[in-house]
Design a protein around this ligand. Structure first.
Ligand SMILES: [Zn+2]
Length: 430
């Protein structure tokens, strides 16, 4: 897509934020019919589901009718990934993407490059709506991509001035680079931005004063929000997404709830598989209306949010969600007072192909335990786990591994890749 096409596409997407509710509803209905027809004709997993419930795509005329369709669990997507692909499609055109995020369940996902690009545009729209301008310097502190070179959805947000820093670089080096770039806007994991913010007053040099601070990929707790605001002089705007399905919702400048990307997703908030009432909390279940290579219908994301109602005063007509519940992923305490972002450490284990799930537990500084569930009886990932973690945490860090048959969900229903039982190192300091 050329620059002109991209600008036009973004402009169209941006306009939808003010569409009246009935127009958005019609768009969703049309997209849902197309999605279900496609899955019915092409996708083995969904063909099986339609057969099991003795239904046809026409039985689901409105998004609300989807409540009769089976819910898709993360474990099914992991174990039966290839059944979500059209058996006749030319798979060489697909991008393969490994994800584990904050859950510790490695998933293998497939996309068409155009689908990843569209997901990127949704993010760009969130940034533009919140004040980012094309002439702004934007820095994205993220994990470097080591999958396919084509996988550049984050890397193509449509900005000429976007730069990337790696979460695996030291805070000192990243601060040095940030001082050279002097970004107008920063995007990063809350934990990583907090580590940078803590280091900032200790380093000499120009003061960093971004106008916009976007947080992503971890739960942003109210405490973390206060710390980041104090450190950076600007209150973060939180963006909520999941690798499998793209960005789900975003905060606006009012920072009350999160606007759902309702033009590309159908989101349900359920408790005991029934919709919750207004003000109640429930699990997030998402249908992506645009994906075709690996369509996702009624996917239980594993987060708990509050259902809100009423329009936000910012002018965006997209419905809003409440805050995502739960603790933030927190930090791993290394040796000699070193602090690491827990999400950054858990992402290191993403390449483990021999495990179905993993979880990192820290009960004392300088030591971690990694629980892992084998994919099959021959799995021997212990050496790889040690190497991947010690490379980052240091050779003297004690890394124990423990084979387990299952890793239970937390009481909230959330699946967490990292459990730190140590006090959050930032809470004492502010
Ligand atoms: Zn708003």
């Amino acid at each position: 897509m050329g620059a002109l096409d991209s600008s036009y596409h973004l402009w169209r997407l941006r306009r939808r934020l003010q569409w009246p509710a009935d127009r958005l509803y019609e768009l969703k209905k049309r997209k849902l019919a197309e999605l279900l027809n496609y899955c019915y004709r092409h996708i083995p997993y969904y063909q099986e589901k339609f057969r099991q419930i003795k239904a046809q795509p026409e039985d689901f005329r409105r998004p609300e009718d989807l409540d009769h369709f089976p819910i898709l669990e993360k474990e099914i997507l992991r174990d039966r990934a290839l059944e979500f692909l059209d058996s006749l499609a030319n798979r060489s055109a697909f991008m393969r993407y490994r994800s584990s995020g904050s859950t510790g369940i490695p998933l293998e996902l497939f996309y068409h490059p155009a689908e990843r690009l569209r997901m990127g545009y949704t993010v760009t729209r969130e940034l533009i709506y919140n004040g980012l301008r094309p002439w702004h310097r934007l820095v994205n502190i993220t994990e470097p991509r080591h999958t396919s070179p084509k996988d550049r959805w984050y890397h193509r947000l449509g900005f000429m001035n976007e730069k990337f820093l790696s979460v695996y670089e030291s805070s000192a080096l990243n601060l040095k680079l940030l001082r050279v770039i002097q970004p107008h806007a920063l995007i990063g994991f809350p934990s990583v931005l907090m580590l940078l913010g803590q280091q900032m007053p200790l380093d000499e040099g120009l003061v960093l004063k971004p106008r916009l601070l976007f947080t992503i990929a971890e739960v942003l707790s109210p405490e973390d929000r206060k710390i980041l605001t104090a450190q950076w002089g600007v209150e973060p705007i939180d963006l909520y997404g999941a690798n499998e399905i793209g960005h789900i919702a975003f905060q606006c400048v009012r920072r009350k709830g999160y606007h759902l990307n309702t033009d590309s997703l159908h989101v349900e908030i359920l408790a005991g598989n029934k919709p919750v009432g207004v003000g109640q909390r429930g699990e997030v279940v998402v249908t992506n209306l645009d994906l075709r290579v690996m369509p996702i219908i009624r996917y239980r994301v594993g987060d708990v949010v509050q259902r809100l109602e009423g329009r936000c005063l910012c002018g965006c007509t997209f419905p809003t969600l409440g805050h995502v519940s739960g603790r933030s992923d927190g930090f791993i305490l290394g040796l000699n007072g070193k602090i690491f972002s827990a999400l950054e450490i858990s992402l290191l284990l993403k390449p483990l192909e021999e495990v179905n799930q993993y979880r990192i537990i820290q009960d004392q500084g300088g030591k971690i335990v990694v629980e892992w569930v084998p994919r099959d009886s021959n799995a021997q990932p212990q050496g790889k786990i040690q190497r991947l973690l010690k490379e980052r945490l240091g050779d003297s860090m004690e890394v124990a591994t423990r084979r387990v048959s299952e890793i239970p969900r937390e009481r909230s229903g959330k699946i967490r890749a990292v459990v730190s039982n140590l006090p959050n190192p930032f809470w004492k300091r502010t």
